[in-house]
Design a binder for this molecule. Structure first.
Ligand SMILES: Cc1cc2nc3c(=O)[nH]c(=O)nc-3n(C[C@H](O)[C@H](O)[C@H](O)COP(=O)(O)O)c2cc1C
Length: 358
């Protein structure tokens, strides 16, 4: 029984040292180098606390004896130890223990943390710093990403229009880049379905059918951006809201009707949203990219919207049309117009496209 108890004590002490050391080192490393989720860290903490309790319970007699034998003052002679009785901790041991505890606390408190907010930073700066790559990438393989969100969105009940194959015979790219400007004045008229087809192809069309790669780059080829078109005046299409079916180069009509007034209200009164023949709305389904890139996802998604936006600018310019990036809009109102929740999927960017004079 005694032998068994002594073995258990050693096992408990060893376990305490290992789990305590692991929790301490990994906690410090996590804070210093920005490992946000050290896989076993919380469990090491619980295990250590449990082992400490077991250790105290196993040694309760020694502790009680020590407390009873503690000298009250320097002058008072301490009673001699009985054979086999454990040695008591002296004042020096206490002082050293307390000082090292204090030093550990101060080191942990004063060391700069890569994720602690810095005074004067706005949320964007905080996010940018927070999403710098840390060791979190190292343990990514051990983290359950959950089921992968659907890579494509579809409205199975919606009426479909298959678009004509995109035919491109515009000016050289150098001329298009030089001519690109944000155009906010559009003349009345209609857009041909062929023109809309080229614009959609430039935005999100599949350019490499074997792998499904698209016109604009996407981190990990995860394609979080969805494209909607509010149609005001296109030959062969009813007015209304359409969703671009990337895989089939088609449009599905998800809402019929004249949405110009609603769109202008959602766009904080910017009249170009009414006068344009169509308005592209780019949304993001965050889960598609977050699933793999976690805290980097938001950066990638916004960058990708920018790539698509520039393709739209260049395609519109090449077709002799005008467009203008619109970032100023009421998110909730645009999300309502699209019928999306604003959480899993939300509107990011608007591009009215219209005919321009001269
Ligand atoms: C992210 C972003 C958001 C923008 N939002 C708006 C907007 O809401 N309304 C607008 O009239 N122009 C908007 N613009 C267009 C800029 O005003 C325009 O790009 C800038 O004046 C430079 O002109 P340029 O595009 O002709 O070179 C936006 C541009 C960017 C890149």
């Amino acid at each position: 029984m005694q032998l068994w108890r002594r073995h258990l004590e050693y096992v408990v002490i060893l376990g305490m040292l290992l789990t305590g050391g692991y929790a301490l080192v990994s906690g410090l490393l996590a804070d210093l180098f920005g490992f946000p989720r050290f896989f076993l860290h919380p469990w090491a903490g619980y295990a250590c606390a449990l082992l400490v309790l077991i250790h105290l319970a196993l040694n309760r007699r020694r502790i009680a004896r020590y407390i009873r034998l503690r000298p009250l003052s320097r002058e008072k002679p301490t009673p001699p130890l009985a054979p086999g009785q454990p040695a008591r901790l002296g004042r020096r041991d206490f002082l050293i223990g307390a000082l090292s505890g204090l030093a550990g606390f101060l080191i942990g408190f004063l060391l700069p943390s890569s994720r602690r907010p810095v005074a004067g930073e706005d949320l964007g700066q905080q996010y940018h710093r927070w999403s710098k790559p840390g060791g979190s990438g190292l343990d990514a393989l051990r983290i359950d990403w959950g089921p992968r969100p659907a890579p494509l969105k579809a409205y199975p009940q919606a009426p479909r229009t298959v678009l004509p194959a995109p035919e491109w015979s515009g000016p050289p790219i150098g001329n298009i880049i030089a001519a690109r400007r944000s155009r906010r004045e559009y003349i009345s008229g209609t857009l041909a379905l062929e023109e809309l087809s080229v614009l959609l192809y430039a935005a999100q069309g599949i350019t490499e059918p074997r792998w499904g790669f698209r016109a604009a780059p996407s981190a990990g080829a995860l394609y979080p951006i969805e494209t909607y078109v509010v149609v005001h005046s296109v030959v062969g299409l009813e007015m209304g809201l359409y969703h671009y079916v990337v895989a089939d180069h088609a449009l599905e009509q998800i809402r019929p009707g004249d949405l110009r007034a609603e769109l202008v209200r959602a766009g904080i009164g910017q009249d170009m949203l009414r006068t344009a023949q169509v308005c592209f709305i780019l949304t993001a389904i965050f889960g598609r990219t977050r699933w793999r890139y976690r805290e980097r996802a938001y950066r990638y998604i916004l960058l990708e919207a920018g790539h698509i936006g520039q393709n739209l600018y260049l395609a519109a310019t090449g077709l002799g049309l005008g467009t203008c990036a619109v970032g100023a809009f009421l998110d909730d109102a645009v999300n309502r117009l699209l019928g999306i929740d604003g959480e899993e999927e939300t509107a990011l960017y608007l591009f009215p496209v219209g005919r321009i004079g001269g």
